[in-house]
Design a protein around this ligand. Structure first.
Ligand SMILES: [Fe+2]
Ligand SMILES: [Fe+2]
Length: 474
């Protein structure tokens, strides 16, 4: 499909031929821009930023680079091309053609799924809005802004579905998405992790490593949906999610690289000494990792969930890579192991697989996180440093599900309240850790310069040099 570049809202959904929808979105657009002005990246509205913009979903169009002011970014609506004769891959409707409209009986569940996904997008922009003031380099500042505009586009993607397929309730939900605020006591964002603060760049990189990876798994499950417009829009969103995880993976890698360099030069692994030298000691990185991993693991929801079973059976939400799994894709008889606390230890037991779909997606997520963290460990090993970063056990520090409230170590051992209290400072960031990390945050914006606590990247953006002027402040 062609894109009309003169349109206010770039899209490949033939918006101009649906006047009602076009009017509805043109009405929503100024409200979105007001929200962006109020809650988007602080003090950034006049900057020209070297951004990647999607103008279409094909190879040539999805990554157009150029200088853009963020309020002028071409937020648009892009669905991956329809797959011909696509059939439903799982659940009670398996083998039937996918739906181009919302079946009445599934309307409220589908709306709920779309709203819950949509709510995370503006939430993360709100969480990250102050970070530009303390960026470790111009390169990183540009990456932050790239993530922010793409989360804005993801909101557009969900709002399109609400407006196009859910009538009046959809319009109301689209407005409510601009009304909630991350961390607000009265009108918070829907999910816990999206109400946490992202106060510093170590947190930001951990967030993009873990929490955007939750995005990858949730979106992947939705790409399987029988509701084809949802499947197609989430498929396109995944290409952008890949970039967000890259920002996290590489950001942490560069922090570790810099710390390792100083450890070797000074022949020390003493955290206090390293802190005095202005780099982040590895145990602190591990504690931040533990925090962000555990908060994100909770996003998958309760390990046994009748909603998850309903969403699957009715074809709304599949499993990660559903079509590659060799089973009946109905799961009526199947079981899946879940954890519970019994007799002072964590015990596995088989639960109905249909009810355990959150747990399964969580396990897929954890496995993916572990392979990402292993890449950091290879770097440490190559540097000759004996320190192994680990993804904590999925039962650690849980606030949701039957493990919530249980005291469980990062290794997955049940501990007493007294042991938890005596060790929690080794396991989770303490106020002093957070103060220390905060104390490193300055604002480094000269092209090619980097804060002391992070190494430069090995390459710039889109073939540009690392010292490119990625942001013009005007
Ligand atoms: Fe997103
Ligand atoms: Fe993301």
């Amino acid at each position: 499909m062609n894109i009309d570049y003169d349109q206010k809202i770039p899209n490949n959904v033939a918006l101009s031929s649906d006047k009602t929808l076009q009017r509805a979105l043109e009405h929503w657009q100024p409200e979105f821009l007001n929200w962006w002005g109020e809650m988007g990246p602080e003090g950034s509205h006049r900057f020209d930023i070297y951004l990647r913009t999607a103008t279409s979903v094909d190879q040539a169009g999805w990554a157009q680079f150029g200088y853009v002011k963020m309020p002028d970014y071409r937020w648009g609506i892009f669905l991956n091309p329809a797959e011909r004769d696509r059939k439903i891959a799982f659940g009670a409707h398996r083998g039937e053609p996918v739906w181009q409209e919302v079946p009445g009986e599934y309307r409220s569940n589908l709306r709920r799924i779309i709203v819950t996904q949509g709510d995370t997008e503006p939430a993360s922009v709100e969480q990250q809005r102050h970070l530009g003031l303390t960026c470790p380099s111009m390169y990183d500042l540009r990456n932050l802004f790239q993530v922010n505009v793409e989360e804005g586009r993801h909101l557009w993607a969900m709002v399109y579905l609400l407006h196009r397929y859910f009538g009046r309730d959809g319009r109301e939900e689209a407005e409510a998405l601009l009304g909630r605020r991350s961390g607000d006591a009265d009108n918070p964002r829907i999910l816990g992790a999206f109400n946490e603060r992202t106060p510093d760049w170590l947190s930001f990189f951990m967030f993009t490593f873990f929490t955007d990876r939750d995005g990858k798994f949730q979106l992947s499950a939705l790409t399987e949906s029988a509701f084809d417009p949802l499947a197609r829009t989430t498929r396109f969103m995944l290409t952008e999610e890949g970039h967000h995880m890259f920002v996290g993976r590489n950001g942490i890698r560069r922090i570790i690289d810099r710390t390792a360099e100083v450890m070797i030069r000074e022949q020390t692994d003493d955290p206090a000494r390293l802190r005095a030298l202005g780099v982040i000691d590895l145990p602190t990185i591990q504690r931040y990792l533990n925090f962000h991993s555990s908060v994100t693991v909770d996003l998958f929801g309760s390990d046994l969930s009748s909603n998850a079973a309903t969403f699957y059976t009715t074809g709304l939400k599949g499993r990660f890579r559903e079509e590659r799994i060799a089973d009946d894709h109905v799961l009526k008889e199947a079981t899946y192991p879940v954890l519970e606390v019994g007799g002072g230890e964590l015990l596995g037991r088989d639960a109905p697989a249909l009810n355990a779909l959150n747990e399964r997606l969580r396990d897929d997520f954890v496995a993916d996180s572990i392979s990402g963290v292993d890449a950091w460990n290879s770097l440490l090993k190559k540097r000759g440093i004996e320190f192994h970063l680990t993804v904590p056990h999925k039962a650690f520090n849980r606030q949701i599900g039957p493990l919530a409230g249980a005291k469980i170590s990062p290794q997955g051992r049940i501990v007493s309240a007294a042991e938890w209290d005596s060790k929690v400072r080794e396991w989770l960031p303490s106020p002093e850790d957070r103060d220390f990390v905060q104390s490193l945050m300055g604002r480094v914006v000269e092209p090619g310069r980097f804060a002391n606590w992070i190494s430069p990247p090995s390459a710039g953006i889109n073939g540009q040099p690392v010292e490119c002027e990625y942001v013009r402040f005007n």
